[in-house]
Ligand binder design. Sequence first.
Ligand code: NAD
Length: 494
Amino acid sequence: MTINVNPIADIIAPLPKQLLIDGKFVPSLSGKTFKTFNPATGEMLAEVSEGGAADIDLAVAAARRAFTGPWSRFTPFQRQQCLLRFADLVEKHFETLAHIDVLDMGAPITSMYARRQRALGLPRFYAGMCTVISGGTLPNSMPGEVFTYTLKEPVGVVGAITPWNAPLTSTIWKIGPVLATGCTMVLKPAEDAPLTALRLGELLLEAGVPEGVVNIVPGFGHIAGDALARHMDVDKVAFTGSDLTGRKIIEASKSNIKRVTLELGGKSPDIIFADCDMDAAVAGAGMGVFANTGQICCAGTRLLVQRPIYEEFVARVSDYAKSLKVGNGLDPATQIGPVVNAKQLDRVAGYMEIGLGEGVTAATGGKRITEGALKDGYFFEPTVLSGVTNDMRIAQEEIFGPVAAAIPFDTLEEAAAIANDTVFGLGGGVWTTNVSTAHRMAKAIRAGTVWVNTYGGLDPAVPFGGYKTSGYGRESGVEHLDAYLETKSVVMKL
Ligand code: NAD
């Protein structure tokens, strides 16, 4: 596939940079703006209107009007048509959308094209769901003749809050179930990468989604995000982000007992058994941690390696890490981009100091890139740390950068114990040619997704979500829709 690389100004200049409320792009009531930066160069990309609590009020009111108004009369088929037209527009404008993610958060352009199927598949999956949402008839043993059935009804106005690490797909992931179920929404995209969501907002209007159904209010988490999570007229919060913020969302959502789903962080184990296909495991586990510069919630950041192959595997995955081309995401040769901002770069570097202080060795990497063409961006070397034990902070805390911690183990039972010795439970991986080991580990790992002889792939039909501190609720799959629906039982005396 040929990937065109377009001039930055051509991509950024035409984008909307204001709030989308009730079908119109409008400045924030305060008139305030905030800046967004290109992490590959440190240069400012755009100034975006900064939404505050008053803007959230307006957006929620618009979402409520749409919920009780015209949108409530859309048939499932009509909602399906909206989602299909939206999907077609995402496909038509994919090149631009991919570029916006590259510029706003640093993803390599090639990785965006690798995610193309997901970006197009998500809205089409939810389109397919529109016409299959249904209740059922139920046995009822009350005296007399009674007819009992259930209705599935949209939960109402949804407040969606997203992180910056995959703006295109994570935004569509939030929009899909809202439109499929007949809810309406106010979306608060991450302040580090709000531009993709705003462009998607334009495409939704073009697709015929009525005004007010999807409202988008960029702004800061502790202001706009908090106002949304607290709002008395929001029925549900769908949050993706850190466990720290997730706790704040639970607190804020108590105001009116909102429904809450939380997609939080992880410290996922990727377990390499001595009988694995080594070539596949090196590349698969390597990309399982370094893809998106390690800024993936389910990144397999703890490499648990069986002792007989520990030295060899660490050497080979280190060579793999060294071979990865780090650079500006606009360069089609780039495999690993920058981290999202200076704060994140400091965080990764800080964990490196902690790890070295705990006695680990950097088998490769371990440093910021401060020279050459990349010196002004937020680049960190793909890093493999060896000599790690699972009690160390670098093995327990989410770094969200290109850092793998290699931990040795002897037996399957020990691997399972180490894998589960974490507060998180989002993902896990197993590399083995023994089918019994594969199934036993898949059962033993307490996490929402276990990959075997592959790592990290997501599909709209396959539920994704966390055990333990990684959150609750599932996105994707049929289960996802339940979180956007109420069940009403109708009991009728005949
Ligand atoms: P974050 O928690 O700092 O921010 C996420 C979003 O929450 C942003 O839009 C932010 O503005 C908003 N926010 C911040 N404080 C808030 C508050 N007090 N009230 C309401 N909203 C608030 O996370 P991040 O740094 O943007 O993203 C990285 C984190 O997200 C990592 O922990 C990662 O694992 C997690 N993540 C999870 C998934 C998943 O599906 N499980 C996917 C992607 C990222």
